[in-house]
Design a protein around this ligand. Structure first.
Ligand code: GTP
Ligand code: MG
Length: 444
């Protein structure tokens, strides 16, 4: 799904990610490329334009330009905006406080209403609900039979009243049956039309009036792109939708529908259909889809972790300490703590574009347990010892060993690591580190 858009955006952002500096010109170019990628994916031109405008505006803001990794921050901005475009957060179904609640499924002909009704029934059943299914498509021969067969095949309760030709009367009967039978949701599959016409809308309005549905769900075919969006707008105008179920996302839908529906109609996509089988229905999560489109869920979550863990003031302070040769064992411990918050160190280093040369330094790689031991050892030192490691003679080391419960060799090793790290950081502070802190005016 969205392969084309995904490939393009990934390439654009890959180029950007490696940038230690992001200039305005660079951003212009990136914006243009993103806009074209969106247009190619059949996103409405106004939405595409507004999207890149927002990205640009945010990317030019201080928090991005002055960050340690501007390229990555721009990637994050794009991701955030993409999540927003897809609807922000996951929008769940609403259930009636006083069951049964009616879910009315509406949509154009062939959009997948009947299939999706069965899928949603199946999903509800597997999520501790008791749905009853009903088809009021009295027009197309065998339409009711189609749903009956699907229900029979998947153990879903189905209601019908042969002979009743009026969809409204049929719905009322179904609702009564649902109430008497203790079902919590009545799923009503309706007839589709080739085009939205008055007759269809009037019928749906009447069904809505007698059942007061908790959900009016538009089933829209993702493959039809902007047509799906237009019909969503019209349906919403007439009926007041509560959500959209976007089908056929497994096909070669370019993405335009999924990316435009929320902005155009204000209605969230609640589920997506990803195949013809009854279990091919997934709750729609904008953040996950955005991650999938950008192909970088992992990297982005690392960025988020990094943001939480290292703030710029800390970085500046550390740089200053390095400069003045005041990087103490306490700082060493703090750094280790930060690193632990970030997760595996080499992964973190790999993310920092300017830290390439540091990768593979084995001394810096340590596991969780080791970090806990390091903390124990440093906590057992006196403040003076932490600030002046060279006073740590044999008897002091023995005392620390007793205090921390760690063998003396481990304390020796830790001190060696500390001294090496200090040396390393000091040499880096003349080269790589200042570049990391670019924008913070770090004197070398
Ligand atoms: N690949 C794929 N096919 C789907 C999906 N959802 C529905 N279909 C197919 O789309 C076709 C039409 O589905 P229906 O459920 O009959 O559509 P409908 O909206 O009820 O059609 P009408 O009742 O005639 O208006 C069927 O062949 C379904 O198998 C999906 O998510 N992926
Ligand atoms: Mg149907």
């Amino acid at each position: 799904m969205f392969e084309n858009l995904s490939t393009k955006l990934q390439k654009i952002l890959r180029d950007l990610r490696g940038q230690g500096r992001v200039t305005e010109r660079h951003l212009d170019q990136t914006s243009r490329e993103i806009r074209n990628a969106l247009l190619d994916a059949d996103v409405h031109f106004r939405i595409a334009r507004e999207f890149v405008d927002r990205v640009r505006q945010r990317a030019l803001g201080q928090e991005v330009m002055q960050s340690l990794t501007p390229g990555q921050q721009v990637v994050k901005v794009v991701r955030d905006e993409l999540v927003d475009l897809l609807g922000g957060s996951h929008s769940a179904l609403t259930f009636a406080k006083d069951p049964p609640g009616v879910f009315l499924m509406v949509g154009l002909q062939g959009s997948g209403k009947t299939t999706t009704a069965a899928k949603l029934g199946f999903w509800l059943l597997n999520n501790n609900h008791t749905p009853l299914l009903l088809s009021v498509d009295v027009y197309r021969p065998a339409a009711i039979e189609q749903l009956r067969v699907m229900c029979a095949n998947h153990g879903l309760a189905f209601f019908d009243h042969p002979g009743t030709e009026d969809p409204v009367a049929l719905t009322e009967m179904g609702l009564r049956h649902a109430r008497n039978g203790g079902y919590d949701v009545l799923l009503v599959d309706t007839a589709g039309r080739l085009h939205i016409d008055d007759e269809m809308m009037t019928e749906l309005e009447r069904i809505r009036a007698v059942t007061r549905p908790v959900e009016v769900l538009l089933v829209a075919d993702a493959m039809t792109g902007q047509d799906a969006v237009r019909s969503a707008k019209e349906f919403h105008g007439r009926l007041g939708l509560t959500g959209v179920l976007l089908t056929k996302m497994d096909g070669d839908a370019r993405g335009g529908a999924a990316l435009s529906i929320k902005s155009v109609t204000g209605q969230a996509i609640k589920f997506i259909g990803t195949g013809e089988k009854v279990d091919a229905l997934e709750p729609f999560h904008p953040d996950r889809l955005a991650g999938r489109i950008l192909g970088m869920g992992d990297v982005l979550s690392l960025i988020e972790k990094a943001e939480q863990a290292v703030d710029q003031e800390d970085a500046l302070e550390l740089a200053e300490k390095l400069r003045q040769d005041e990087f103490t064992l306490e700082d060493f411990r703090d750094q280790m703590r930060q690193v632990r918050k970030l997760g595996p160190l080499d992964q973190v280093l790999g993310m920092l574009p300017n830290m390439g040369p540091l990768r593979g330094i084995n001394n810096l790689r340590m596991d969780e347990k080791e970090l806990i031991h390091i903390e124990a050892i440093i906590d057992s030192m006196t403040p003076q010892e932490r600030r002046h490691h060279h006073i740590l003679n044999g008897s002091r080391r023995k005392r620390i060993s007793r205090g921390s419960g760690r063998p003396v060799q481990e304390i020796n090793r830790l001190l060696k690591q500390y001294i090496e790290t200090r040396k390393l950081m000091k040499s880096l502070s003349r080269g790589i580190v200042p570049r990391m802190f670019k924008g913070l005016r770090f004197p070398t």
